[in-house]
Design a protein around this ligand. Sequence first.
Ligand code: SF4
Length: 433
Amino acid sequence: MVSVTHVAGSPAAPASPGSSQLLPVLRERGQREVFCGLTGIVWLHRKIQDAFFLVVGSRTCAHLIQSAAGVMIFAEPRFATAILEEKDLAGLSDANEELDRAVARLLARRPDIKLLFLVGSCPSEVIKLDLARAAARLSAAVGPAVRVLSYSGSGIETTFTQGEDACLASMVPVLPSETPTHKESLLVVGALPDVVEDQFQRIFLELGIPVAFFPPRRSHELPAVGPRTSYLLAQPFLAATGQALDERGARRLMAPFPFGVEGTRGWLEAAVQSFGVSSSRLGAVVAGAEERARVSLTKARQRLAGKRIFFFPDSQLEVPLARFLARELSMEVLEVGTPYLHQDHLSVELALLPKTATLSEGQDVERQLDRCRHHKPDLVVCGLGLANPLEMEGFSTKWSIELVFTPIHGYEQAGDLAELFARPLVRRERLRV
Ligand code: SF4
């Protein structure tokens, strides 16, 4: 099923949000090729260091996260799958008791766990379980030392980055409230690698802006939230988390996402404007980092300028990345496919997209493959399932999952981000030679 609507957008630089120019959105609802939200566990378990993710699912779910996590499994991983066998279908009470026993065994063996997520999945026997109620029951049973929360990573409800959104949204209700003496503060929302978080922390510190990061590295470091909290999304896939924060009275700052020099500067500008710090002060603080970032993009720009790129929908990072590649590396963007288009969160980004690009939301994979073959792009960004067949057809591909696992935010990572797109082209050239 296909439909076309329009969103505000503008092609030319410099573009501004709210431009009256319209960018058509091709909406497709058909067969799709994306990972489910369980995948988010692979980066979330590294971020929140005393959390544990217990997938309540099938052997398929266990295989998925084992293979997605691959080499990252250590002797004591912080995720596991409680497999509900078919026999549990006989009665929900059996399944609940089985889950309670699995949790009790886990917590007895792992006293380091302070936050336990029950993660729902697709099998019908799991869907019938009320995991929110199970989390409340288990929280009461295990006492204050461990908090038990739940969210869904099911492939029916989530694509792969939505797992993080569902996880963070489940934490928002347990964030503490602001105290009466709470000063205006900034919350950066979205899991970032520690190294990137440290870089942003230093910048905000120099600017005199009090900042906290969500999710925190330790589960007891939950930031307070309320009407004196402004928040900046670090990831474009946090629709439910943003809504939950809005409901707690926090205020979202309109900004592009911090990819590349332009996106990072715009993101920081939104913060300084809100906290009454001048743009010239920001300019002075980030001058060195911006210069390094510009230099780091030079080599990749030589390879990428004029090259044509096609995005299949996968990570929801597609819109800001397409903006970065078009405006800072002079790539020609053919199609920007995204699983969901959150027009409010992406309003600044959409205004910066080139008007020659096709913007598509959702997926009808066969039709999209036809469009891709018709365009013959130099580079295709897609999920693992499509990458191999497309490589066999002679296309250069970039796995979108790599963009989620690699530090790509901020000035210091801009060069690495550009290189991620240059590398497949270099590899194919070498193969030709
Ligand atoms: Fe499990 Fe469903 Fe994800 Fe498959 S799509 S791994 S069944 S949650």
